[in-house]
Design a protein. Structure first.
Length: 341
């Protein structure tokens, strides 16, 4: 009987130079998957024929059953989870996070087998959570979207989080924030394993402007997306990562290679706010989103947003929103939601 999981290579064709085994998590994000696959697909063949001649890709789920993406589109995989030894890279594509179940445990076991087989493991979007759950990131630094950083730190406090870069390559452990970063990571892998003309071909067809390096920064906080310079965007990232504790402006300035005074001048020029005012704005934005969107105790919200003194928190919150936190929560349904960022 013919398998319903055919090989992606044509019969009798030369073996591809690079083979990608792609594991799809429940409610995976299409943007991360297509962003990663399309540069490889376009580079795999001449013109736009999309045959897996130079590179191949195999989509997998634990039992070979279809899996639904975060937007509701269902995808039928190429085959069930297959021996990691058949691939050169194992790529796990994450999506909407939920409580771990049998599916997640099967993926964790598979990723550990891949590591034991000395296969590089790539985490796209919240696929990084799957890598951490499998124990592959202990003591490492991983790249993750700023949007999921706090939840990740709560679950895996032994893993350092980078919310500035689009991706990180640390030997056999590769992590990516997702979105357009997945495409830039794919181009970087093409540069690593093939002639640069193939990566350039993919980038041109997809209208992708090549990132100068993996240090190409993720977009700045939405409120300050108009920040022009890399040094200010990087400073905003560092501030966001420290909002739950003490943010020392001197340390932020030193980390980006500036004096405190120089950083203050940059902030005033690009954001029309001092670093201290930016910190206050970001803390209150986060607090308002948590108050409106969770049932966390208000005093815990204050602590989580860097306010050790609850009375002071209430005072500055009321000055910003013209009502105390308790009233803000009661009236949350009457207002448009403030994005947690």
């Amino acid at each position: 009987m013919q398998s319903r999981f055919p090989r992606t290579e044509a019969a009798g064709a030369p073996a591809p130079k690079l083979r990608f085994g792609i594991v799809l998590m429940p409610r995976f994000t299409l943007s991360a998957l297509s962003g990663f696959i399309d540069p490889i697909r376009l580079a795999a063949d001449d013109a736009d024929r999309s045959h897996p001649r130079r590179f191949s890709w195999t989509f997998m789920t634990p039992r070979g059953a279809s899996v639904q993406s975060s937007c509701g589109l269902s995808v039928v995989p190429t085959r069930p989870l297959t021996s990691p030894a058949e691939f050169d890279y194992i790529v796990v594509v994450g999506g909407v996070l939920g409580e771990p179940g049998e599916y997640d445990r099967a993926v964790s076991d598979y990723l550990r087998r891949a590591a034991d087989a000395e296969r590089p493991v790539v985490g796209l979007c919240t696929g990084v959570f799957a890598m951490a759950e499998a124990g592959l990131l202990k003591g490492a630094t991983c790249c993750l979207s700023w949007f999921h950083a706090d939840e990740f730190r709560e679950r895996y406090d032994d893993v350092e989080v980078d919310t500035a870069s689009l991706y990180q390559i640390h030997g056999p452990r590769i992590t990516c924030a997702g979105g357009v970063g997945a495409a830039h990571l794919a181009l970087a892998l093409l540069d690593l394993h093939a002639e640069s003309a193939l990566a350039e071909k993919s980038a041109r067809i997809l209208f992708l402007q090549r990132a100068p390096s993996r240090e190409h920064l993720q977009p700045a906080h939405l409120r300050f997306r108009h920040a022009r310079s890399a040094v200010v965007r990087q400073s905003l990232r560092l501030i966001e990562e420290r909002l739950g504790g003490t943010v020392r402006i001197e340390e932020v300035a030193s980390a980006v290679g500036l004096s405190r005074r120089s950083l203050e001048r940059r902030f005033l020029a690009e954001l029309s706010l001092s670093p201290h005012q930016v910190i206050q704005t970001l803390r209150l934005d986060r607090a308002a989103a948590m108050i409106a969107g969770t049932d966390m105790a208000l005093i815990d919200v204050a602590l989580d947003c860097g306010y050790a003194n609850y009375g002071h928190f209430v005072k500055v919150f009321q000055a910003r929103f013209a009502m105390p936190p308790s009233v803000y929560r009661r009236t949350a349904a009457e207002r448009a939601p403030l994005a947690l960022a």
